[in-house]
Design a protein around this ligand. Structure first.
Ligand SMILES: *Cc1c(COP(=O)(O)O)cnc(C)c1O
Length: 236
């Protein structure tokens, strides 16, 4: 049997409707949740289809794959897309990340923050940075411990070429809404505390294909969506 393939445009419109429905249900300001299209493992053609349908923010997890797609999309006539890096940070990739992306969601250590700032080219605006917090406490997930988030955010605000925008987290894998919500509420409460301490932690990067409604209920401002937009990923 030939698998039925739903065009990216149709998936995009359904996804935007899903986000708007969650905004309404949870009394969020209409349009306050932005969609970050996670294009890891997808060909540049998929990104071009979503861009042609109006999507402008895309995220990649690996530097080389991201650079290739950024170049391909610029060449295809989409030079104004906004590229976010959401993968784990490795020392030898930080220069390339600082040079090629506008946002980084996965800052987990002061050392990595310093190197991103040092390598951010002076002709570009400061790199927008989320501090990633390990709210699930799973050793396999990256991110700083919640009790270290304030110090790391403070360190980011002292770096000249970085702009702290907020906190990011990946929730543990569950399809139970109340558990998803409980985990995202930890990040929301942590960001509220940081704001009380004068830190500009105004954005929350949380929610993926299976838990975006729970994330929106808890104040997400960026949902990072791969599967619900581009279909299931093949095994890597
Ligand atoms: C892959 C990935 C996503 C997207 O996950 P889906 O379940 O496909 O929507 C979101 N955030 C991060 C950090 C990812 O690595």
């Amino acid at each position: 049997m030939t698998p039925i393939s739903i065009p990216v445009q149709d998936r995009l419109h359904a996804l935007i409707e899903r986000i708007h429905a969650a905004e309404r249900l949870h009394s969020r300001v209409p349009g306050s949740v932005r969609l970050l299209a996670v294009s890891k493992t997808r060909p540049a053609e998929d990104v071009a289809s979503a861009a042609a349908a109006g999507q402008s923010a895309f995220a990649e997890n690996y530097l080389q794959e991201g650079k290739d797609k950024i170049a391909a999309l610029a060449k295809a006539g989409y030079p104004a897309l906004e590229w976010h890096f959401i993968g784990s940070l490795q020392g030898n990739k930080l220069k390339g990340i600082a040079e090629n992306f506008a946002w980084v969601h996965s800052v987990d250590k002061e050392k990595n923050a310093r190197l991103l700032s040092a390598h951010r080219p002076s002709h570009l605006p400061p790199l927008k940075v989320f501090v990633q917090v390990n709210i699930s406490g799973e050793a396999s997930k990256s991110g700083c411990a919640p009790e270290n988030a304030e110090a790391l955010c403070r360190a980011v605000t002292t770096l000249p070429r970085l702009e702290l925008v907020g906190l990011m987290a990946i929730s543990f894998n569950t399809d139970v809404f109340s558990l998803q919500r409980a985990s995202f509420s930890e990040l929301r409460i942590l960001a509220e505390r940081l704001r009380e301490q004068g830190l500009p932690a105004n954005e929350l990067s949380m929610g993926m294909s299976q838990d975006l409604e729970a994330a929106i209920a808890e104040g997400s401002t960026w949902v990072r969506i791969g599967t619900a937009l581009f279909g299931a990923r093949g095994k890597a």
